[in-house]
Design a protein around this ligand. Structure first.
Ligand SMILES: [Zn+2]
Length: 405
């Protein structure tokens, strides 16, 4: 019989040896629109069993607004949207005449700020490989990932997973420290058909299958090559059911001269373009016609959501709540049954997180963490020094690390 202490000592020696001889890799996968509760649905069987081998966050709280580009960039940079610059999927700025639309950073990186994880890896001598992540094909700090793809939603899922597996299968010296992967199918189906529709369930099943293929490949590379590859699954936001009978037709909203009006689906923003334009008159008109369908956001609301001190915030915002959205023409288009973008106080907006692999704790369930906690925890895992201005130190998410630092 081997004394118990010796086993512990041997175990410690092995783990120290692994830590000093193998570079860690993190595979960060985003499933766009994967609501917090989907993980417990029958369609996510594989992901649930993968989660049981690692850690999970029941509700991953989102930044404001809970939109795709702001959320993904907050996960990637550790900054609030007003700090990384992408404050919505489409927005204008009081100090620019042009407006941002999704993916614009590739041609014009002046919209972007912060150091995303893939840039952090490259700056500190590592290799990052991205198979989609919003703005991962744009230069941050004049740097691009070693490998990246310009976004093309038509590329089949199996091709994306295969490329990721090929990167992970490289000899250890060439294996990337960070790999990202992105699926949009759950978000698309739930926008069109609703968050509980059969089409959404089959999208969940499809992604669940791809994740199972990926995890199986990671496990075999870890076992056969002695690699140290960890997998983290996250989403950018959840999804609320919306009701076309209650949609608010933006054509009925005031559009006074001197203002630019932008419809963000869950809210409408007015930018005062002419300093003489009458703000109070506009505010009064919007309040009078609201009839409980929307409310004007106060400075306090904006401060609570860290949505201030940025030229994209706008001068006046009205916001609605599910099951309503702002929609040009009202509810005439039947192809919209799900929406996100509402504040994190709407429970349906919560995202999820699963972390599994040699460096993550097994069987850990964290009731709540924040998207902004991902960056510092990923940086700790990859042994990277983080920028001083990031929003979180990792908070409750640090508990997923096997050896919290
Ligand atoms: Zn999204």
């Amino acid at each position: 019989m081997i004394p118990r202490l010796l086993i512990i000592a041997l175990g410690l020696a092995t783990s120290l040896w692994v830590a000093t001889t193998t570079a860690q890799t993190l595979v960060l996968v985003s499933i766009d629109g994967f609501r917090w509760d989907y993980l417990d649905w029958p369609e996510a069987t594989n992901m649930r069993s993968i989660a049981a081998q690692g850690s999970r966050v029941t509700k991953l709280r989102t930044v404001y607004p809970s939109k795709t580009f702001p959320g993904h960039l907050s996960i990637a940079t550790g900054l609030h949207p007003t700090e990384h610059g992408v404050i919505d999927n489409y927005f204008c700025r009081s100090d620019r005449t042009d407006c941002y639309s999704m993916g614009k950073g590739r041609k014009d990186p002046s919209w972007l700020a912060g150091i995303p994880l893939w840039t952090l890896v490259e700056q500190q001598g590592g290799r990052a490989s991205t198979f989609f992540w919003p703005e991962s094909d744009a230069p941050f700090a004049n740097t691009l990932p070693t490998d990246y793809r310009a976004f093309d939603g038509r590329i089949p899922h199996r091709e994306r997973v295969q490329q990721v597996v090929d990167w992970l299968s490289l000899p250890s010296k060439q294996r990337p420290e960070l790999v990202t992967l992105y699926f949009s199918v759950v978000d698309s189906a739930s926008h069109t058909f609703g968050p509980t529709a059969p089409e959404t369930l089959s999208a969940i099943s499809e992604v669940d299958h791809q994740i199972a293929v990926l995890w199986q490949a990671i496990e075999s590379i870890n076992a056969e090559e002695g690699a140290d590859i960890n997998l983290m699954l996250v989403s950018d936001h959840g999804m609320s059911e919306v009701d076309p009978d209650l949609f608010i037709d933006t054509n009925t909203l005031p559009r006074p001269k001197g203002f630019k009006r932008v419809n963000g689906s869950t809210r409408v923003t007015y930018y005062q373009r002419d300093p003489d334009a009458d703000m109070n008159a506009l505010a009064g008109a919007l309040d009078r016609m609201s009839d409980g369908r929307w409310r004007r956001l106060s400075y306090l609301d904006l401060a609570e959501r860290h949505f201030e001190n940025h030229p994209g915030v706008g001068d006046l915002i009205i916001e609605t709540a599910p099951p309503r959205v702002f929609r040009r023409g009202g509810g005439k288009d039947p192809g919209l049954r799900g929406m996100h973008g509402y504040p994190a106080t709407v429970e349906d907006m919560a995202a999820f997180l699963v972390a599994v692999g040699p460096d993550f704790r097994e069987g850990k369930v964290i009731p709540e963490a924040h998207q902004l906690d991902v960056y510092p925890v990923a940086a700790t895992l990859l042994d990277l020094k983080v920028p001083d201005n990031i929003a979180s130190d990792g908070g409750p998410l640090r508990a997923i690390l096997l050896e919290p630092q």
